[in-house]
Ligand binder design. Structure first.
Ligand code: SAM
Ligand code: SF4
Length: 463
């Protein structure tokens, strides 16, 4: 029997109703509870959503910052999206790739073109790639097109560098298709529900397979049945009321935890950006202000402390800086959202949406390094099988730091030696030295051994 999963709207309404009249002290109790790093329930989350008072907001941000520091320290994982095709059979009113958008230039990269794009990303220093495509694969190829693209991405090499992890953001699949995707060695299967609110979902998705809300919301159930234990969840903010979306997303997270013993590995927080020929993308029905966006990120950090949070280049550089401190663990850098965009960055007629951050990877890395973050290209957990419940078992008692810190520094050092500009290299080398001084002596020892190997010319050193 096929799976059905429904969001319980009454539960959401009850949580929002009880949250209206709570005292400041009751809100502060929730901050204390969050610091135990065991997550929050619906009522707690709804209460935090109601905060308007600036002092309490600052306390919320500070709590999120503290939790981020405890669990993730200063590391920030870097990745790049690789758009391979903008053909799509669906009609998502907010997306430039929608089938009826006749003004968009269509392109599906062939395997050679994919390899060329991968080489350009490798030359920038990337190691983690997110493959993205519209929901229409070239006829006669079908899913094989995606499987070949993943194989091509892994097989493409330049001196000193190769892609070490391929994640994907693709349409929902059958269990059998998910099994093929797992065999192709994907890292995370990422899929955004866009909106959990059914009337809005129906309004926004007017034709194509994506109209089927149940097919989409049960995709992770099928992925997990197929053995993919690393999934990435997300909402496209701006379509419906963000308070509803967060509480609904929490229900899906709890559903996965109860059914499979593990929740999502990451949460993405995209906001609607202007897209070619889309009125809705430029005028979101429920715009999320920068202030509310900060609140969303901070609340999620308190609610699911061990789940990674991804921020893309949809957001501008200034806001990204603010938001990073509140609990983001992964960012994209130097992104293009048009197939072939790394080779020909001027071809915006093919792009999915407008980017808020146009900087190249070196500039992004230099900037976050100046703020004390260690950019990490680590892929250690995935390659050593530390995924799904195994990852959470390590993450929860804080054990994961033993791996994350050394791996972040070793991959950052590789980047600095092989790809960074002289200025970035100088700032980065200093940051590594400063960070070593603050580390637990045992972890520091491990890290210093790894640093030595990299300086002697060895690459891909991880624990
Ligand atoms: N076609 C697949 C799908 O829809 O699930 C996967 C790729 S789609 C290009 C990836 C994501 O882009 C969508 O899930 C949606 O959230 C996001 N997106 C689409 N239009 C957008 C816009 N105007 N601004 C920001 N994100 C957008
Ligand atoms: Fe197609 Fe995905 Fe864009 Fe919808 S969001 S039109 S499914 S590419």
């Amino acid at each position: 029997m096929s799976t059905v999963f429904n969001i319980n709207d009454d539960r959401i309404q009850k949580a929002l109703d009880q949250a209206k009249n709570l005292s400041d002290n009751q809100v502060r109790d929730i901050f204390q509870k969050a610091k135990e790093l065991k997550g929050l329930n619906d009522n707690d989350i709804a209460t935090l959503m109601m905060i308007e008072n600036q002092d309490l907001l600052n306390e919320l941000y500070h709590t999120a910052f503290e939790i981020k520091e405890i669990i993730y320290g200063k590391r920030l994982v870097i990745f790049a999206p690789l758009y391979i095709s903008n053909y799509c059979k669906n009609e998502c009113l907010y997306c430039a790739f929608r089938a009826s958008n006749k003004d968009l230039h269509r392109k599906a990269l062939n395997q050679e073109e994919i390899s060329e794009e991968v080489k350009l990303l490798l030359q920038q220093g990337h190691k983690r790639i997110l493959i993205v495509a519209g929901e229409s694969y070239p006829p006669h190829e079908g899913l094989q097109y995606i499987l070949d693209a993943i194989a091509t991405t892994y097989a493409t090499k330049i001196p000193n560098a190769e892609v070490r992890r391929v994640n994907v953001n693709l349409a929902p699949m059958t269990v059998d298709e998910f099994k093929q995707l797992k065999n192709a060695k994907i890292g995370t299967f990422q899929l955004f529900q866009e909106t959990y609110h059914i009337p809005t979902y129906e309004k926004m998705h007017v034709a194509g397979k994506k109209r089927d809300y149940q097919w989409r919301i049960t995709a992770f159930d099928r992925a997990m049945e197929a053995g993919i234990d690393d999934v990435g969840i997300g909402v496209l903010f701006g379509l419906a009321d963000w308070k509803y979306e967060i509480l609904a997303m929490m229900q899906q997270i709890q559903h996965l935890e109860q059914k499979f013993g593990v929740g999502p590995h990451t949460i993405s927080v995209p906001r609607l950006e202007p897209a070619h020929g889309s009125d809705i993308a430029s005028n979101p029905p429920y715009p999320v202000s920068d202030q509310d966006f900060k609140k969303i990120v901070a609340i999620l950090r308190l609610a699911v402390p061990y789940t990674g949070m991804i921020l893309s280049t949809r957001e501008n550089a200034e806001l990204r800086k603010d938001i990073l401190a509140l609990g983001i663990s992964q960012i994209s850098a130097g992104s293009r959202t048009n197939p072939g965009g790394y080779k020909d960055s001027e071809q915006f007629d093919y792009a999915q949406f407008q980017l808020g951050d146009h900087r190249g990877i070196d500039e992004v890395i230099q900037d976050i390094t100046k703020d004390g973050y260690i950019p990490s290209f680590c892929t250690g957990c995935y390659r050593l099988g530390r995924t799904g419940a195994d990852f959470m078992d390590l993450a929860k008692p804080g054990e994961i730091k033993k791996h994350c810190q050394p791996n972040a520094i070793s991959t950052f050092l590789e980047y600095l030696i092989d790809f960074a500009s002289p200025k970035t290299k100088e700032i980065g080398m200093q940051l590594i030295q400063d960070t070593l001084k603050t580390m637990d002596p045992k972890i520091r020892q491990t890290t210093e051994r790894m640093i030595e190997k990299i300086q002697q010319g060895k690459r891909d050193v991880y624990v």
